[in-house]
Structure formats: structure tokens, C-alpha cells
Design a protein around this ligand. Structure first.
Ligand SMILES: CC(C)(COP(=O)(O)OP(=O)(O)OC[C@H]1O[C@@H](n2cnc3c(N)ncnc32)[C@H](O)[C@@H]1OP(=O)(O)O)[C@@H](O)C(=O)NCCC(=O)NCCS
Length: 157
């Protein structure tokens, strides 16, 4: 499903490159993100490696109040494309996060839109994600629907 295009006067969204590591490090640190334990290490090591894989991308929302497009990152989301053995590709949408001060301004919607466009470009037939119960309403508003159950196995315990 393609989401309608959104407009947003607060942010500009673009794909991250290796040159954005410092801006992303700052975003992780300022927001104390729950899913990134070691902000600096995460930005420097893992993001750089992630971005080298053609089927993985990160999109960020840059505040228009600070030197538009090269300023402060205020929102983030990633996409990881998985090839299925039976054919076809699905995209995993991960780590959508928007800084407190920028919430409820349509920023996350715009990030999700960028990710779904990328999934479409990469010929994925589905975008999947995991979310907390608290954010089901947000994803439903962007066109997703609850589908069966997710499960996981914690390794090394
Ligand atoms: C959830 C989150 C990404 C939403 O970001 P946001 O930029 O505020 O979202 P948007 O402004 O694009 O919201 C789009 C719509 O969803 C609604 N919405 C936003 N957050 C919601 C929530 N938690 N529950 C239900 N609806 C929500 C908004 O009201 C808006 O509807 P409207 O246009 O009718 O006002 C943000 O609150 C966040 O970063 N939370 C912490 C991290 C997190 O939980 N991420 C998801 C992990 S999977």
C-alpha cells in the first residue's frame, strides 16, 4: 500500500549517509534512545556498516529551524529488506523515533512514508514492523494493520 504524500513545514526527510554519523550520534545522545544502548558506538560502528548494505537504509528528519537539511536530526527510521526463500521481498521498518519537541507534527508519518516509498522502489510486496501496544494507533493511522502475532527467541541466555 502506498501512503499519500505528506507535507511538513517543520522537517525535511532524507536518506542518511556515512557523513551523517555525527548528527545521528547527537540525536541518540540527546534523546537517550531506549533501543540504542551505546549511542556513540552505535552511530560510529553499526550505522556505518548498516549503510553499506544496498538493501538497508536509514531515513532522518532534519529540523528546518537549524540550517535546513544539514542541521539537527529530530526523527529517525530504518528499512531492512529481506528476501524470502519462496520468492518475493519484504521490508522491515525499524526504530521509528521522533524527538519529544517534534511529536504530533506529522514527522513520523513522513518518515514512514519515505520508508514505504523505498520499499516500493525495492519491489517489496509488504512492509512489516513490531511495535508496542501504545503505538498501534499511530501505525494504524499510517495504513498498517495488526496481523497475527510476533514472537521472538532471546539467544545466548
Ligand atoms: C510514536 C511516534 C513515532 C509518533 O511520532 P509523531 O511524529 O508524533 O507522529 P505523527 O505526528 O506523524 O502522528 C500521526 C498521527 O498519529 C497519531 N499518533 C501519534 N502518536 C500516537 C500514539 N502513540 N498512539 C496513537 N496515535 C498516535 C497522531 O495524533 C497523528 O494523528 P493526527 O494527524 O490525526 O493528529 C513518537 O511518539 C515516538 O517517537 N515515540 C517513542 C518511540 C516509539 O514508540 N516508536 C515506535 C517504536 S515501534
Amino acid at each position: 500500500m502506498r501512503l499519500p504524500s505528506t507535507t511538513n513545514r517543520f522537517v525535511a526527510i532524507r536518506r542518511l549517509t556515512a557523513n551523517d554519523v555525527n548528527a545521528l550520534k547527537q540525536f541518540f545522545e540527546v534523546n537517550d534512545l531506549p533501543f540504542f544502548n551505546e549511542a556513540a558506538e552505535c552511530a560510529e560502528k553499526h550505522l556505518a556498516a548498516f549503510l553499506q548494505v544496498p538493501t538497508k537504509s536509514c531515513f532522518a528528519a532534519f529540523s528546518r529551524e537549524v540550517e535546513s537539511f544539514h542541521g539537527e536530526i529530530v526523527g529517525f527510521g530504518s528499512i531492512d529488506v529481506l528476501a524470502r526463500p519462496r520468492g518475493g521481498r519484504i521490508a522491515y521498518l525499524g526504530e521509528v523515533y521522533v524527538s519529544n519537541a517534534y511529536r504530533r507534527k506529522g514527522v513520523a508519518t513522513k518518515i514512514v512514508h519515505s520508508v514505504t516509498e523505498e520499499a516500493d522502489r525495492l519491489a517489496c510486496h509488504q512492509v512489516i514492523l513490531h511495535c508496542s501496544y501504545d503505538t498501534i494507533g499511530f501505525y494504524e493511522r499510517t495504513g498498517f494493520s495488526v496481523w497475527e502475532r510476533g514472537m521472538r527467541l532471546e539467544m545466548g541466555k
